[in-house]
Unconditional design. Structure first.
Length: 275
């Protein structure tokens, strides 16, 4: 009985010693409480920032969290103020620039997004993800093929992740450049992620641009089967079927895809994929 009583006292004291400090409770409410209402979590972050002695890295982390929450709550100006404050709090933290880059890009401010992407690379030059992110801005927003490929080349030097080969394949195939290299990249990506619909879609485009419409159809078809409702792959499959002489099936695919997104026709025409 004495041993049991001693154990009870020990456990009680241990529980007391593990009780979170006030600052820790505020930190958790700010950073970890996914069930809280957004405004309540914003208020928790505000208290955490005001009432707790924080290192520059901790302050930047809390500011980034509050900025993200404000952005989700459609408080764009307040969110940007917090992103800027996070950069000021810890200017050597690449994450602050990465988060602000996404904010700028979502709002169409591509030049500022590019500047933040470049700063993230300067701070973390061995991050393949940082090069991939900047390549996406060059490719999708600034339509700068050469710089996009240069960044993807660097990303592939740093990492052999399949998604990087897919990205480089996609950029080349869209631009109808270096198509043999594009297909080789997609083969690497498919080998790494054989059931990924996006990777199959990219290889389909490479095949299409090379004039191999049967291989393009097979990959588009596989992508559609793996991701039903994928309008992009459905549209590509439709055009590939037209090129193969299957008029009724191709028109049906295209019509179904355009019901999902009528902008697909213009988008794919810019890639050279048109009925």
């Amino acid at each position: 009985m004495k041993h049991i009583a001693a154990l009870v006292v020990f456990l009680a004291l241990s529980a007391c010693s593990r009780a979170p400090a006030p600052g820790e409770a505020l930190r958790s409410a700010c950073l970890d409480d996914e069930d809280a209402a957004p405004q309540a979590q914003i208020q928790s972050c505000t208290r955490y920032l005001a009432e707790t002695r924080l290192s520059p890295a901790e302050r930047a982390g809390a500011l980034l969290q509050r900025a993200y929450l404000k952005e989700q709550a459609q408080q764009a100006d307040a969110a940007l103020a917090d992103y800027n404050a996070a950069v000021a709090a810890d200017p050597n933290d690449a994450n602050a620039y990465i988060w602000r880059r996404a904010f700028y890009r979502n709002r169409g401010d591509y030049r500022r997004a590019l500047a933040d992407a470049s700063m993230a690379i300067r701070l973390e030059p061995n991050s393949a993800n940082n090069y991939s992110a900047r390549a996406s801005i060059y490719d999708e927003d600034l339509h700068d093929y050469q710089h996009a490929i240069e960044d993807l080349n660097k990303a592939v030097e740093l990492s052999s992740a399949g998604y990087l080969f897919n990205d480089r394949c996609w950029v080349r195939a869209k631009a109808r450049r270096a198509l043999d290299l594009a297909l080789a990249d997609c083969e690497r990506a498919v080998a790494a992620m054989p059931n990924n619909a996006n990777v199959l879609d990219s290889r389909a485009l490479a095949h299409f641009q090379l004039g191999d419409y049967q291989a393009a159809f097979a990959d588009y078809d596989a992508a559609v089967r793996r991701q039903e409702g994928n309008g992009h792959s459905l549209y590509g499959r439709g055009v590939a079927q037209l090129r193969l002489g299957r008029s009724a099936e191709g028109q049906a695919d295209i019509a179904q895809a355009l019901k999902q997104d009528e902008g697909l026709a213009a988008l794919y025409a810019s890639y050279g994929v048109a009925p």
